[in-house]
Design a protein around this ligand. Structure first.
Ligand code: ADP
Length: 454
């Protein structure tokens, strides 16, 4: 296993009597130290050597011991090799150390046959020493070892004792280190466990929170839906109940003012007029409320059909002209470009446009109110543009809220329900109602609807 054969030995000695065991051990350590083995390895080698020496003395009455430094043929590394050539042949040509642990003290231990001689061989790798093991250096070591006087068995015992104590110390310090490490490990483990538990708890808590939040949200949306439904129901009921008496008041007013009735004094006539116009306002409000409640309750179903925009625009032009009575304001209804058809609900769409045109006429003192249709790909944009007062940007959303009216605007009557209703209807028709407006620059309300319907 380790070659080449027959290098110059560093040291040779005979093992014949009990005392030689100590000597072999002592010299083994010396050689190991001389070739640069570390302290631990010196002790290991010396211990293995004394064990094998004891075995061989008993089994074959001794051996010739040769120490040499050789290069291992397999690893190319330098090893310290000790050959113990038995005095008598090994039983069955084999050798097993008494203690199994011995083999572990060195890199290799076994019986080899080298040039016809059977020897027990052990070897240990030599680390690259500070002083390289040149042939000169080896020769020097050889001389040095030859001259050093072998000590007595007692010396070796003392040395052995010291080594034992050192080994024990080392074991103890290893054990202490291990204990420290162990307790550190346990501490870390506990820390990790605590962190894990904490995280798990926090996660569970967050989960519980999220679940609770969702439950609350569900409950709230159910409540909201219920509230909105009951509001619509209430509005519908109240306006329905109000419509009959208000209509009656108007009828009575008409009767009172009728020329066939008893003549009224000037003051009475004025008051009756007031009652009639208030009743008319109230009826208007009631009707709008009813419309809105119907649209909000979801009971309003559009009747889809092909709508001719030109016809619709013509109709609006006719009905609204009567309203455009202000001298400085013109109502312009443009002719929609052909093909001017859209799939929609004609009644609802007319209601929306009428509402927007009505507002335009209400809030414009000079200039014009214009209705035009523009095709944008698969959409129709129906816009109502006026040259009125305009609406500040921060109110662009608010005017779509129920009952909201821009403060300070010219009081021209109305309920504040027209735009929210218009937006609802446009949504029902599958479109959007957009506003572009600036104070002093007029307003443009645009109904954008898909050509093919919702
Ligand atoms: P109403 O017209 O009955 O007051 P709307 O919901 O139709 O209610 O409109 C809400 C408010 O939005 C109006 O009171 C008015 O202040 C403002 N507004 C609507 N249209 C216009 C417009 N074309 N120009 C200026 N302001 C407008």
């Amino acid at each position: 296993m380790t070659g080449p054969a027959a290098p110059d030995p560093l040291l040779q000695m005979a093992l014949r009597v009990e005392q030689d065991i100590f000597l072999v051990r002592q010299r083994g350590r010396e050689v190991a130290a001389a070739v640069g083995l570390e302290h631990q390895d010196q002790v290991r080698l010396a211990t293995a050597l004394s064990e094998v020496a004891r075995d061989l003395l008993r089994a074959v009455e001794g051996a010739d011991v040769t120490f040499a430094v050789v290069v291992d043929a397999h690893t190319g590394q330098r090893v310290l090799r000790v050959d113990l050539a038995p005095v008598r042949p090994l039983p069955d040509g084999r050798y097993e150390p008494q203690s199994g642990a011995v083999a572990r003290l060195v890199d290799m231990l076994g019986v080899v046959t080298d040039e016809g001689d059977t020897v027990v061989r052990m070897s240990r790798r030599v680390p690259a020493p500070a002083t390289p093991l040149t042939p000169e250096r080896l020769a020097q070591l050889r001389t040095q070892l030859a001259s050093s006087a072998p000590g007595t068995a007692l010396d070796e015992l003392a040395a052995q004792n010291a080594q034992l104590i050192a080994a024990l110390d080392e074991v103890r310090s290893h054990r202490d280190e291990l204990e420290v490490l162990n307790s550190e490990l346990q501490e870390t483990n506990r820390g990790v466990m605590a962190l894990y538990n904490q995280l798990t708890e926090e996660l569970e808590e967050t989960n519980r929170g999220v679940v609770a939040l969702y439950a609350e949200l569900d409950e709230k949306s159910v409540q909201l839906r219920a509230a909105s439904e009951s509001k619509s129901r209430f509005l519908a009921n109240v306006s329905h109940e109000l419509r009959a008496p208000v209509t009656a008041i108007m009828g009575l007013g008409r009767l009172l003012a009728d020329s066939a009735s008893d003549p009224l004094t000037g003051e009475q006539a004025r008051q009756v007029d007031l009652i009639r116009s208030s009743a008319a306002d109230l009826l208007n409000l009631v009707n709008e409320l009813l419309d809105l409640a119907k649209a909000e309750s979801g009971r309003l179903e559009p009747t889809w059909a092909e709508v001719d925009l030109r016809g619709l625009f013509g109709q609006l032009r006719g009905t609204l002209r009567a309203l455009a009575t202000r001298p400085g304001v013109e109502l312009v209804v443009e002719e929609p470009p052909a093909p001017a058809t859209i799939r929609s609900d004609e009644v609802l769409l007319a209601q929306v446009l009428r509402n927007l045109l009505h507002n335009g006429l209400k809030f414009t003192e000079r200039g014009e109110v214009r209705l035009r249709a523009e095709r944008r790909g698969e959409l129709w944009a129906l816009s109502v543009t006026d040259t009125g007062a305009g609406i500040p940007p921060e109110l662009h959303e608010r005017i779509f809220e129920e009952f909201y009216q821009v403060p300070g605007a010219t009081r021209v009557g109305g309920t504040g329900l027209g735009l929210p209703y218009a937006r609802r209807l446009v949504t029902l028709l599958g479109g959007t109602l957009e506003l572009v407006s600036e104070p002093g620059r007029g307003s443009t309300f645009t109904v954008v609807l898909p050509v093919g319907g919702a």
